[in-house]
Design a protein around this ligand. Structure first.
Ligand SMILES: Cc1cc2nc3c(=O)[nH]c(=O)nc-3n(C[C@H](O)[C@H](O)[C@H](O)COP(=O)(O)OP(=O)(O)OC[C@H]3O[C@@H](n4cnc5c(N)ncnc54)[C@H](O)[C@@H]3O)c2cc1C
Length: 406
């Protein structure tokens, strides 16, 4: 493994501010995990690619997330439970999880760097009989999809997870869950992309997109605050702002964005190795390699107009801590030392948005809510399609960019 932490290996901040090229085959917009992964896989496949990021790389969702691999179906994905179409979607997403999991196993080697991938396993807990029923339904779906989970209750649960409160009546356990370091993954993708010939420009905000022609080598003129660039193809990797970017090309993506709050505690002697999530309350909890606890789970933050960052909130700091303490009582006297916020994108129907628009040929997107887990896989697939477009490499209809555009 090369010493990726050696400063001489990394492009300087100034190189990110060099003039924008006049033209490119693919323009990727957004320097989070999705955009940098797209740039890497495209450049590696020999495609000419330029990435523009309005701030610095990895400063939004990709660098502010909890770094967990979510393989168990999350409660929000079960909201439409019952409909056959929903069941099919859940099964498909669960199968996709397995592929994402397999990819994470090899990603450190592929990028030749320390991604801090740890397989810790994960519990998803229930505190009511109804929640336990939902967990059992979830378990059935995961079993059908080939995800290894089990339902654990009673004395067996107390033995295997003694840190859980008595109020926890049952839980599913999945050995495949874990985490990686969100501070290194996207920067390393960017480094490797540049080494394969990608051009990366930071502090370059896309402000408008002219769709110049439906065919030919230059279909788009993209305007930025650092000048304009002609592009044959565009990839929208703007995360929570992907809807705004697509609107510049005349598309309406089915997305909404939300601010999420995260708490971090002081370190304590090791209490739990697996991640803990809740099927009915807002909680994800894990103890890091440094023995601090990261507490999240979807607690909201107020919005703020750019360039301000979304602020954290007392309500969410206290609320998320209270849920964590009620599920893992040993946290009661552990001090929260830091909070932060990040902005996440949700799709209205919970499916990712990946592929090429039919309404605006050449306009692509790679957008996902559980994007730390899934972006490497989705970006690799989209780059494979773009390097050699063919109908059999198209994405499922439910991922379509145009699915809600009238
Ligand atoms: C608090 C929190 C916790 C999370 N926890 C997890 C987790 O544990 N596991 C998991 O799998 N997922 C998690 N997620 C979700 C995950 O972080 C995101 O899905 C993923 O990072 C999205 O990556 P992205 O590259 O699409 O978006 P981002 O990382 O947000 O990158 C988009 C980039 O586009 C840039 N941009 C936007 N508009 C423009 C423009 N007009 N011109 C130029 N640049 C532009 C932005 O500046 C930004 O840098 C979490 C998210 C949050 C906020």
């Amino acid at each position: 493994m090369t010493d990726v932490l050696h400063p001489a290996l990394w492009p300087t901040a100034e190189s990110g501010r060099a003039p924008l090229p006049a033209a490119t085959d693919v323009l990727v917009v957004g320097g989070g995990i999705a955009g940098t992964a797209m740039a890497y896989y495209l450049a590696k496949a020999g495609v000419e690619v330029t990435l523009v990021e309005r701030g610095e790389l990895n400063r939004e969702a990709s660098g502010t997330n909890a770094g967990s691999f979510h393989l168990q179906l999350a409660i929000h994905q079960l909201s439409g439970q019952g409909a056959a179409a929903d069941r099919e979607r859940l099964l498909a997403e669960a199968r996709l999880s397995l592929k994402a999991f397999a990819m994470w196993q090899e990603l450190g080697e592929e990028l030749d760097g320390p991604l801090d991938v740890h397989l810790t396993g994960g519990w998803m807990v229930a505190e009511t009989a109804e929640q336990l029923r939902t967990l059992r339904d979830k378990y059935e779906l995961e079993r059908l999809a080939g995800i290894e989970t089990e339902v654990v209750t009673g004395a067996e649960l107390r033995r295997r997870a003694p840190f859980l409160a008595e109020t926890v009546v049952g839980a599913t356990y999945c050995p495949l869950e874990g985490h990686a370091n969100p501070l290194i993954v996207a920067p390393l993708y960017a480094l490797r992309a540049v080494q394969h010939g990608a051009v990366i420009r930071t502090r370059t905000e896309v402000t408008g997109i002219d769709v110049v022609a439906a065919t030919g080598a230059r279909r788009f003129t993209v305007h930025t605050d650092a000048g304009s660039i002609d592009a044959h193809r565009v990839v929208d990797c703007a995360g929570a702002w992907s809807g705004e970017l697509a609107a510049m090309a005349g598309l309406r993506l089915p997305v909404r964005s939300e601010g999420l709050h995260v708490n971090v505690t002081e370190p304590r002697p090791r209490l739990l190795t697996p991640m803990v999530q809740h099927i009915g309350r807002r909680l994800t909890l894990k103890q890091t390699e440094q023995n601090t606890f990261i507490i999240g789970g979807g607690w909201p933050t107020p919005e703020a107009a750019r360039p301000h960052r979304y602020p954290t909130s007392w309500h969410s700091a206290a609320g998320s801590t209270a849920v964590a303490v009620s599920v893992v009582p040993a946290l009661a006297d552990v001090r929260v030392v830091r909070t932060w916020s990040g902005v996440i994108v949700f799709t209205d129907d919970f499916s990712p948005i990946v592929g090429e628009s039919e309404r605006v040929p050449g306009f692509h997107a790679c957008v996902s809510s559980t994007g730390f887990t899934f972006s490497p896989l989705l970006a690799r697939r989209l780059a494979t399609y773009m390097a050699s477009p063919s109908p059999d490499r198209r994405f499922p209809e439910r991922y379509a960019l145009d699915r809600t555009t009238p």
